[in-house]
Write a protein that binds this ligand. Structure first.
Ligand code: SF4
Length: 216
């Protein structure tokens, strides 16, 4: 385990997150499933990490009441599922960045994932690979603008500046440290910003840090 990962684990614990360490993807999947009781209602955030861990097929296996955001017949049904997810027993997601001083940083477009992280689901399981760990919140902001958002914008075909250039417009404008500075694209995926520091309700948010590269 590298020093950054150790620092993050200790600091997250101090900030009253329920913290777990997984050596690899398989262990991360096992830990995540152990935190979800059979019969629980589950919703997920859009996440390459969750895809890579194969968790969606686990959630669809009939043991849970999965609010499947990827299975919808109309835009109305899709929106209804996003709303239902906010009262799920368990919400599973990743984080855009985890700092060595114990902060989770997430940027969202629609807002359902950061809303669930803030309040609603009884339990939130956050899974993040070691590639998401950065020293400070300032580095977390830069990570989103230079790594997470550009790759997500490409994955989602958003047609934004970062999807084409590989970094946020604010980098070229010299104001990347300004959290909310960015493009004016209708497809902009950076609209809501969540900084999770010391928790008022201890252990509601479970964080599984994985000693492997996962998602972006
Ligand atoms: S503000 Fe726009 S250009 Fe900047 S990272 Fe977000 S989507 Fe990309």
């Amino acid at each position: 385990m590298n020093e950054a990962l150790t620092n993050a684990l200790v600091a997250l614990k101090k900030n009253r997150f329920d913290v777990y360490f997984a050596e690899n993807k398989e262990e991360a999947r096992e830990i995540a499933l152990s935190l979800i009781p059979e019969g629980a209602s589950i919703a997920v955030g859009g996440s390459a990490t969750i895809d890579q861990l194969g968790l969606l097929s686990e959630f669809r296996n009939g043991k849970y009441r999965f609010i499947d955001r990827y299975d919808f017949a109309s835009q109305e049904e899709r929106e209804e599922k996003f709303r239902l997810g906010l009262t799920a027993d368990v919400f599973v997601m990743s984080s855009n960045a985890v700092t060595e001083d114990g902060i989770l940083y997430n940027v969202d477009g629609r807002g359902n994932s950061v809303a669930a992280l803030d309040y609603g689901p009884k339990s939130v399981v956050v899974i993040a690979g070691r590639n998401k760990i950065v020293p400070t919140l300032k580095d977390a902001v830069l990570r989103v603008k230079t790594v997470a958002a550009p790759l997500n914008a490409r994955r989602l075909n958003c047609g934004t500046y970062c999807a084409e250039k590989g970094h946020c417009l604010s980098v070229d404008q010299g104001c990347a440290e300004n959290m909310t500075a960015g493009c004016g694209s209708r497809g902009r995926i950076c609209s809501r910003y969540s900084v999770q520091a010391m928790q008022f309700v201890p252990d509601r948010i479970k964080v599984i840090l994985v000693d492997d590269e996962l998602g972006f």
